[in-house]
Every structure is written in C-alpha cells, then in structure tokens.
Design a protein around this ligand. Sequence first.
Ligand code: URA
Length: 194
Amino acid sequence: MNKDKQLQKLNDDMNALCACTLKKTAINVVPGKGSADAQIMFIGEAPGKKEDEIGEPFVGAAGKFLSELLATINLKREDIYITNVVKYRPPNNRDPLPEEVADCQLWLQEQINLIDPVLIIPLGRHALERFVPGRKISEDHGRAFRREIDGVGKRVFYALYHPAAALYNGSLRDTLITDFARIPKIIDKIEKES
Ligand code: URA
C-alpha cells in the first residue's frame, strides 16, 4: 500500500475508533489534508464552521491567509500536510476541552509517525501547548527547537502564530510573513544535520 493510501486508512480507522464526544455534534470529521510525504506538517487547533461543513482543514478566512503565506515560500497546499489537534469542530468554536484533546491524541501521534515530517509547525498557542505545555506563543514563535515527545520521538518544532490571529491583529501579519520566510532555511539546516 502506498503512503497516501496508508494515511487514508489510518484516518478512516482512527475516525471509527476515536472516542471524542465532539463527534456527536460535528457535521463532518476533519482528519487532515495534503501529502503523506510532506516535509512540513502544520497543526492547528480544531476545525471551525467552514471546515466542519466541508470536512477539510483551514478552508475559511484563516486558511486563505495560510495559502498566501505558503505561496511566499513557493509552497502549495499539496506539498504539505495540514491537520488539527482535535479532528471535530467544538460547538460555537469554543476551545477544545482537555479530554477532547486527549481523545484525539493517538490519532495525531499516528499521523506524525506515518508522515514523519522534517518539521512540525504548531499554529497558535493551543497547538503549541499540546507539544510543549506552559510555553507562550508570543515568546516562542519563529524559533525552531528539538524535543523528545512521548509517542512521536525526537522532532523539530517551529511554532507560529495562528493565521486567524493575524486577521484580528494586523501587526501579526508581518510577523507571520517574517517567520514563514525562515522555513526553507530551517528545513535545509535540519537536513544537513541529519
Ligand atoms: N483554525 C484551526 O485551528 N483549524 C482549522 O482547520 C481552521 C481554523
């Protein structure tokens, strides 16, 4: 089975197994989208209204900005993999509860292990919290760091502000563009070191 098919099967199996109670209120599962061979894996918080309607991550206004950011470093959606910590929309876009994050944890771990990206990019503080609790996105955005994480081993992380935050706070737009511009060099450096 090729890697894309394996990822499809993983997502189907995990959707069937996942005990997350958000399943009951969500219209669609939003497992993730992109290449199973991606070098970069972007991880958001949870699907919003539009993502829930369509079943794909980052298809609303924040997703449009994410596509623009990718274009600034000559990447397309098909080149990367995008998913969320939680795979079902929390009602009224509230923050996911700790038990909802926990119920979707194995799924995210298995996606990371199968795709085996060079770089993991948590988008926003909730996604960063999932990997490195207690850190501040305002201090940690745009800084690559290596961490050993239970279930996924040693990985390089590069946290960024959530693109939705830039829709409400214009100054974060430039910060995101600057942080994005460093991604190709970070990938090169990791590959040279390994
Ligand atoms: N925000 C997220 O964190 N994820 C999405 O899929 C869409 C918006």
